[in-house]
Design a protein around this ligand. Structure first.
Ligand SMILES: Cc1cc2nc3c(=O)[nH]c(=O)nc-3n(C[C@H](O)[C@H](O)[C@H](O)COP(=O)(O)OP(=O)(O)OC[C@H]3O[C@@H](n4cnc5c(N)ncnc54)[C@H](O)[C@@H]3O)c2cc1C
Length: 389
């Protein structure tokens, strides 16, 4: 087959674009460096009959009709509303922090009083950013806000990003909401459903098309060379004039010539337990690292429609420094955003723009956090743009 489009990466970005282009008659080759499709949403049935999310818990939630319509071609769904508990002061309380959390953490009179003060100040059923609460004129609300800030966000953020207290920018953490309601769902989107047979099956169906060929275990940079000065792409030593959709890291694409883009990584300590481990799929540990060096524990079978009974699989999540050559921490999970990294990324992006047939797409290539629905929508738009739609 000769290809109109070569795509690096079989995650949501690459696979969605591939399918839209293939449906329009384009011949597409996908090269994926891992030994599986699905990108970070990859899941598989483990030895406990638990559908394990290899790269951390992935919960599908959206308000995007476009993403739902597209993905529903490849999967049925079942309802799953995510609930998270936080281990705070020795108790498990709903996160985001809400009126039930107050009831669980304070004695009855104090809790009643705090709830009344909050509702009087903001009204019921509102989401208030913690920063706003911390700036309230009422000292009681400020005291509560400081308690929430410290016990829900501060230590969690320190562990997540490897920061000291004074390095945390309250304006960034401050956007996280407190809910003045009893809604204990983690998300409030109108569509909260998981793919019936898991994400990997969804990807298999999406990529099952006569115009799509997938090759696993291939890093595109072992087959492709790019030259920004000449604006050229060579694939298998031949000039390639078709489109290359690249969903990997731009520093890798350009041989790290401007240095490594900074990332935060994770390590998952996976264990088998008997029966059930915890009341909900995810329990956060917003406690100091000295007490709990991890940020959260996920019990994967709680995402399943028909979970196994006897055994369960848990993953204890340890944030860590990213090291692309390390034995651990070699998966780039979260971009570390700051002025310097944005500048560095922009310099890489300027170089890539000199090569007209390379299209950077996705969370790595665009150095951005996208939820799954957002990247699906975006990849559809980019692919349709390439088709002149
Ligand atoms: C811990 C964690 C939890 C998350 N949870 C949720 C959630 O609950 N809900 C939600 O909506 N979103 C969640 N997300 C976001 C979700 O993972 C992303 O939206 C999604 O992965 C983006 O897809 P992508 O294709 O851009 O990237 P990826 O899924 O990372 O796919 C990129 C693919 O490209 C491949 N690749 C890279 N470089 C090369 C190369 N040189 N050659 C060949 N192949 C290459 C990679 O191996 C990978 O398979 C989470 C993200 C993280 C990090």
């Amino acid at each position: 087959m000769s290809y109109d489009v070569i795509i690096a990466g079989a995650g949501f970005a690459g696979s969605t674009a591939a399918r839209v282009l293939a449906d329009a008659g384009k011949k597409v080759l996908i090269l994926e460096k891992r030994n599986h499709i699905g990108g970070n949403a990859y899941d598989w049935m483990d030895e406990n009959d638990v559908l394990r999310h290899e790269y951390g818990p992935h919960i599908f939630h959206t308000n995007s009709e476009k993403a739902i319509e597209f993905l529903s071609r490849f999967t049925d769904w079942y309802t799953y509303e995510h609930r998270v508990l936080g281990y705070i002061k020795g108790k498990l309380v709903p996160i985001p922090f809400n009126l039930t959390s107050i009831e669980k953490l304070f004695d009855e009179d104090k809790a009643e009083h705090l709830k009344q003060v909050l509702i009087a100040s903001y009204g019921a059923d509102h989401k208030i950013p913690i920063l706003e609460l911390r700036q309230n004129w009422d000292p009681e609300i400020r005291e509560l806000a400081d308690f929430i800030y410290e016990n829900v966000f501060q230590y969690y953020t320190m562990k997540q990003w490897g920061l000291q207290v004074e390095e945390i920018d309250p304006a960034v953490t401050g956007r996280v909401p407190v809910l003045i309601s009893y809604d204990d769902r983690y998300f409030q989107d109108s569509f909260q459903q998981m793919p019936s047979d898991g994400y990997t099956k969804l990807f298999e169906r999406m990529l099952d098309h006569e115009n799509i060929e997938v090759q696993l275990n291939v890093d595109i940079m072992d087959r492709m060379t790019v030259n920004p000065e000449e604006g050229t792409v060579y694939f298998d030593n031949e000039p390639f004039a078709g489109t290359v959709i690249y969903t990997g890291l731009l520093d890798h694409l350009l041989g790290y010539q401007l240095g490594d883009l900074p990332y935060r990584s994770l390590d998952f300590d996976v264990e088998t337990k008997e029966g059930n481990f915890q009341p909900v799929a995810t329990v956060n540990y917003p406690t100091p690292a000295e007490t709990h060096p991890y940020t959260r524990i996920t019990e994967y079978k709680k995402f399943m429609k028909n979970p196994p009974i006897m055994k369960t699989t848990i993953a204890v999540e340890y944030p860590m420094a990213y090291d692309r050559q390390g034995e651990k921490g070699n998966v780039p999970y979260y971009p570390i955003f700051n002025e310097a990294s944005q500048k560095q990324y922009d310099a890489y992006a300027d170089l890539v723009r000199k090569i007209p047939n390379i299209v950077p797409l996705g969370r790595l290539a665009e150095y951005k956090y996208f939820n799954m629905d957002a990247i699906v929508e975006h990849a559809i738009d980019v692919a349709e743009g390439l088709l002149g739609k």
